[in-house]
Design a protein around this ligand. Structure first.
Ligand code: SF4
Length: 374
């Protein structure tokens, strides 16, 4: 699978620390550099028949439909597409006007992941999103009118402007819109963000973990009652609508990341990442040199990653594959560390897979890190 990172956004959301620029001055140079990177890395994926192509960001919908199609064409020059390839575009509600959707509906893009975040203006204002509540709703309906059935929306819970009642209304609206996939995250205060500085100055209250915990469990119960599978801590899907792209990440498959700050993984022991700087990226690629660094993952890194990712999913960690991949020392460590947690009921083994029971998923990262090899 291939991930393409579009490093531009209209404005900076108050909670975000991803890599992007709000200036579009070098957009053409960036697209050209990314096409060069696609060509230079054409031999990297072992399986050339792609099951997923994913445009993330940043804000991919800031590009025109023609620009997106031209990048897909570039990928198709060097890789073949599975007949039922999933081609996802992350899109912001304010970009999804009729004209854009109409053109996009004629492109290979067949899945939209819409950055809705909330259907309430107070939340959206605090988050400094570029859209308002009516655009949040309208964009989903318009996308459906243009034939995009495979839709995902992002929702953020636990904002200081929200509470359990508002959150319930957000979820009621989501169900009424018949969206088949939802990714939902707690509002977190990242370093060097506007949100962090507003909280430090006392302008905004800190998100409360207790409130977030309540909203998370309401989310999980409510969506399951409405026919969704809770298949990863932050992801819910109707049967047949699991994200193929993200599921492949969670099953440690190989992927290629194109664009500044994008990561790649060879499915085994090498991870690489591109420079998180637009100018440096463009400069390097225009001289035909890749702008990436790579590291060989140690046994400890590979083990920790497998635990961290696997325990966040309904599939859990495959104990047989863990046994075959790691040495005796690692396996002994694993057996020893899981024992007390199994006795406490925080971990279970089902069909030779280690899992966290769903009622403890809110604490999944903490439970996983207790098993790490250091
Ligand atoms: S649109 Fe997405 S990537 Fe851009 S600033 Fe907002 S959250 Fe971050």
């Amino acid at each position: 699978m291939i991930y393409i990172h579009i490093p531009f956004c209209k404005q900076k959301c108050s909670y975000c620390n991803f890599h992007f620029s709000t200036s579009l001055n070098f957009k053409d140079e960036m697209i050209s550099a990314m096409k060069t990177e696609i060509r230079l890395r054409k031999n990297e994926l072992e399986n050339k028949s792609l099951q997923s192509l994913y445009f993330g960001g940043g804000t991919p919908s800031i590009l025109s439909a023609d620009e997106i199609t031209s990048m897909i064409d570039e990928v198709m020059k060097y890789f073949s597409f599975d007949r039922d390839i999933e081609v996802t575009l992350e899109a912001n509600p304010d970009d999804l006007d009729k004209n854009f959707l109409q053109q996009l509906s004629k492109s290979p893009v067949n899945r939209l992941s819409i950055g809705t975040q909330s259907f309430f203006n107070e939340d959206l204002k605090l988050m400094n999103r570029a859209h308002n509540a009516s655009e949040a709703e309208g964009s989903i309906k318009r996308a459906q009118d243009f034939g995009f059935e495979n839709l995902s929306i992002d929702l953020i819970y636990g904002s200081p402007t929200s509470n359990l009642e508002i959150w319930k209304e957000n979820l009621n609206k989501t169900i009424a819109l018949e969206v088949p996939h939802i990714s939902s995250y707690a509002l977190t205060v990242e370093p060097k963000t506007a949100l962090e500085s507003w909280i430090a100055k006392g302008k905004v209250a800190s998100p409360l973990e207790e409130e977030q915990n309540k909203e998370f469990y309401y989310l999980s119960d409510f969506l399951k009652d409405n026919g969704f599978d809770h298949y990863e801590v932050s992801n819910f899907a109707k049967p047949g609508f699991y994200s193929r792209h993200n599921s492949a990440y969670w099953k440690y498959k190989e992927y290629l990341g194109i664009g500044p700050s994008a990561h790649s993984y060879n499915g085994f022991d090498v991870r690489s990442w591109n420079v998180a700087n637009n100018q440096q990226y463009i400069k390097k690629l225009h001289t035909g040199i890749l702008a990436k660094e790579e590291e060989i993952l140690s046994q400890n890194d590979q083990f920790n990653e497998m635990i961290m990712i696997g325990l966040r999913t309904i599939w859990g960690v495959d104990i047989e594959s863990l046994k075959s991949k790691f040495d005796v020392r690692t396996h002994e460590h694993f057996q020893h560390e899981i024992q007390s947690k199994i006795e406490e009921g925080i971990l279970v083994i089902e069909n030779n897979h280690l899992k966290i029971p769903e009622k403890h998923w809110f604490m999944a990262d903490g439970i996983a890190s207790d098993l790490f090899l250091v």
